[in-house]
Design a protein around this ligand. Structure first.
Ligand code: ADP
Ligand code: MG
Length: 227
């Protein structure tokens, strides 16, 4: 156990370091991007500017997909009504004009119990899973979100899309860092999602049928039990 503890401590330190670095990279990145955009006209080769901008966007995306997880400050636990958190994430995605127009359908129990959690992490979790659902339906469709009470006042969140589905032989690779089937994917979203659920003592399961989309089932306990 001593060895395990040392290992965990090492992981924590590395995690915090990565977090610090991620935050530090963000600001200069924003400066460079702004400068490039302002001076677009001064470059002879337009293709190069576009490429630089899209590469910067890619770095930014990689950072944002795991930023919350890696936040330098300690996990902040509070009792939270996750319906609000979900509504905020949906509102954010609906405001993002970049992505396709998927409809979100939110169904919740009227007396959903609050959950002890770090809200930033849960936001990132919902965001990563909902983004995948959106991206699986480039021509639009409906994303159904059901939130319900589970045993011992835990909460279950089921997200169902009508997208392309996941072939059986790819299932085991989900959550592997940098595993992506998308041209501009990072392959970090699910890895981070699994990690966040684990941090909360919950579970995340994915089931899929190539013909009728994917179901992501998340369960979060009401109270975090000590590790
Ligand atoms: P990314 O979205 O950047 O590719 P993720 O870790 O979020 O990385 O997802 C990894 C892969 O899992 C995706 O590239 C995709 O192949 C598959 N996947 C995840 N969610 C879904 C979904 N809802 N429908 C279809 N495929 C999915
Ligand atoms: Mg993703």
């Amino acid at each position: 156990t001593m060895e395990l503890l040392q290992k965990l401590e090492k992981l924590r330190v590395v995690g915090q370091l990565a977090a610090g670095v991620a935050h530090e990279i963000r600001n200069p990145l924003t400066t460079i991007r702004g400068f490039l955009q302002l001076n677009r006209g001064r470059f002879d080769n337009k293709g190069t500017v576009e490429l630089m901008l899209s590469e910067l966007d890619r770095i930014n995306m990689i950072i944002s997909e795991f930023l919350v997880l890696a936040k330098p400050q300690a996990t902040r636990l509070q009792l939270k009504d996750l319906r609000e958190t979900m509504q905020q994430v949906i509102a954010f995605l609906e405001s993002e004009a970049l992505l396709t127009h998927a409809n979100f359908e939110l169904h919740t129990e009227p007396d959903l119990p609050p959950v002890q959690c770090d809200e930033n992490q849960i936001k990132q979790l919902f965001l990563n899973v909902l983004k995948n659902a959106q991206e699986s339906m480039p021509d639009g469709g409906t994303i159904r979100i059901e939130m319900s009470r589970r045993r011992q006042d835990g909460v279950g969140i089921r997200i169902t899309d009508q997208g392309c589905g996941i072939p059986e032989d790819r299932m085991s690779r989900l959550g592997e860092p940098f595993y992506t089937t998308k041209d501009s994917g990072t392959g970090l979203g699910l890895m981070v999602s699994f990690k966040i659920v684990e941090n909360h003592g919950g579970s995340l399961r994915i089931a899929s049928n190539r013909d009728c989309g994917t179901i992501v089932d998340i369960e979060l306990p009401a109270v975090l039990s000590p590790p």
